[in-house]
Design a protein. Structure first.
Lengths: 377, 148
């Protein structure tokens, strides 16, 4: 009995509070409309929109009160008042500084903004110089845009550290792109200051590797054309290593990154020795070639796309089973291509079919949450 | 281009501060929207989505302010600013191309982040197509070998 009375009393008090607040909203809206009429602010229309939204919130408050929900009514009234405050801000002196927005120095926001500027600068340079963008370059640029959006989503999820990591990863991709086409673009899209802001030895190592790659690439012309094929093998390997370094950085695998960076430097050292030998073949002994992993281009592209997809799924906390299945697809596809190249056709078909079955399985898992091996493949 | 003013680290956002920041973002987006609509030469999806999402985020932040969740509102406001900044940067880059008169744009998208499931499914379909192509190549070569 006492509880019931207490509840009724609380509801009545709440209703009284809401009624009072509703009157305040009406008064504030009337006053705000008058101010809009008298104002010469360039953001008058925005202020008007805010007042409209305040009115919507007020209408909602009335419905809630009628439905016997004074608490919700109160909430909508408060929302209405916030919109009116926003309207007043649009009419105030604030509009003189509409392009300054305070962001934390060294924080995730700054890194993401740096990435956003780099992407736009690269796009502008490409469009300004009409530089040809290869499919591979486009893929890298797309990856950096994807990392931008991923970083933003990490800010939303209150994970600023991951947001920063993604932003730095994206920045490294744009830096690599810019370095690769620096001659044509006549500038680097990544601000030197932005790179300096990315503290940490991991990033420094990748940046050094990219710089070395770019320098070595630029000296390739000094070598005789006949030697280019041999040298390019090492340059391409180093390029792939840079990609893998950035992936390792994004996956927070510091040991792998350090090993890869070392391997990349060795590949570039070999390329430089070959260039040197090609320039002066009689003055030095022919360098003994270090073993290098030969990579089939379609396999490499396929593996790169699968790796990106796996990262996307991991970032979205998607089922581990799909990610794992894609790893298997990668192995089978690479094996099938290698066997196809060596002419072992029936084995190649066996592996290709396995890859086909598993990718179909992964698709089903992703879309339907359950999967079976198809009889039709 | 917009500028970013450094802020003091670790300070808790007050209601007024968040509201001022929200008003700035809303004004920035309003200017961008006017420019984007006036340009009229083409509608870049990243810019279009950036404006729409930015404005929605501002509304969400106002709702959070009404619930007195100032930190959450401030975080959403930061996201709105980043999205707005990117949309403006992309729009300016496209304007450069438009003024140059070439009309060949370097197309960018969000790489499936906002609709990642569709993107992942399309990507899987394309990869599957590559496997099908490889199987076809193997089959063709096997057939040739059989004829010999």
């Amino acid at each position: 009995m006492i509880d019931d009375v207490a509840k009724l009393l609380s509801k009545w008090l709440s209703g009284q509070r809401s009624n009072k607040l509703m009157s305040t909203v009406v008064e504030a809206m009337t006053e705000a409309r008058q101010k809009v009429r008298a104002s010469d602010s360039p953001f008058k229309s925005l202020a008007r929109k805010c007042i409209d939204r305040a009115e919507d919130a007020y209408q909602e408050a009335i419905y809630q009160l009628k439905d016997g929900e004074p608490k919700l009514c109160f909430q909508h009234c408060k929302q209405g008042l916030k919109y009116i405050s926003m309207a007043m801000l649009h009419l105030s002196d604030l509009n003189g500084n509409a392009t300054t927005f305070a962001i934390e120095q060294g924080g995730a926001d700054e890194s993401i903004i740096d990435l956003s500027k780099a992407i736009a600068a690269f796009k502008t340079s490409v469009e300004y110089t009409n530089c040809e963008v290869t499919v591979e370059m486009k893929e890298r640029l797309k990856e950096s845009v994807r990392l931008f959006f991923l970083a933003v989503s990490f800010v939303e999820r209150e994970d600023d550290n991951e947001a920063k990591r993604c932003a730095h990863g994206g920045l490294l991709y744009v830096y690599l792109l810019s370095k690769e086409s620096e001659e044509k673009l006549q500038s680097n899209a990544v601000d030197a200051e932005a790179l300096e802001r990315c503290h940490g030895s991991a990033i420094s190592r990748i940046v050094s590797l990219i710089d070395e790659l770019s320098d070595t690439n630029s000296t390739l012309q000094e070598a005789s054309v006949e030697s280019h094929g041999r040298i390019k093998l090492y340059l391409d390997a180093a390029r792939r290593t840079v990609d893998r370094c950035i992936s390792a950085y994004l996956d927070n695998e510091s040991d792998a990154l350090s090993q890869l960076a070392k391997a990349g430097m060795m590949e570039l050292r070999m390329a430089r020795r070959l260039i040197e030998y090609a320039k002066y073949p009689t003055s030095t002994a022919e360098p003994e070639e270090e073993p290098i992993e030969e990579v089939d281009q379609p396999t490499d592209n396929f593996r790169g796309r699968v790796a990106r997809l796996q990262r996307l799924l991991r970032d979205e906390d998607e089922e581990v089973a799909v990610v794992r299945r894609l790893g298997v697809v990668n192995t089978y596809y690479s094996r099938a291509r290698a066997l196809f190249a060596s002419g072992e056709l029936s084995e190649a078909e066996r592996y290709a079919r396995s890859a086909h079955l598993d990718i179909d399985f992964a698709r089903q898992l992703l879309l339907d949450k359950h999967a079976t091996y198809s009889d039709l493949i | 281009m917009p500028t970013n003013k450094p802020s003091l680290k670790g300070k808790l956002p007050t209601e007024l501060k968040v509201m001022e920041r929200l008003a700035l973002v809303e004004q920035f987006l309003a200017k961008l929207k006017v420019d984007f609509e006036a340009a009229g030469f083409r509608r870049n999806r990243l810019v279009n989505d950036g404006i729409a999402d930015g404005l929605n985020l501002v509304s969400n932040a106002v709702e959070l302010l009404a619930e007195e969740s100032y930190e959450d509102a401030d975080r959403i406001c930061r996201v709105a600013w980043i999205r707005a900044h990117f949309a403006r940067a992309i729009f300016d880059a496209e304007m450069t191309e438009h003024f140059l008169g070439e009309g060949v744009f370097l197309e960018l998208d969000d790489g499936g982040t906002t609709d990642w499931r569709t993107f992942a499914s399309e990507e899987l379909a394309e990869l599957q197509e590559e496997i099908v192509n490889l199987r076809k190549q193997i089959k063709d070569r096997s057939a040739k070998r059989g004829k010999k």
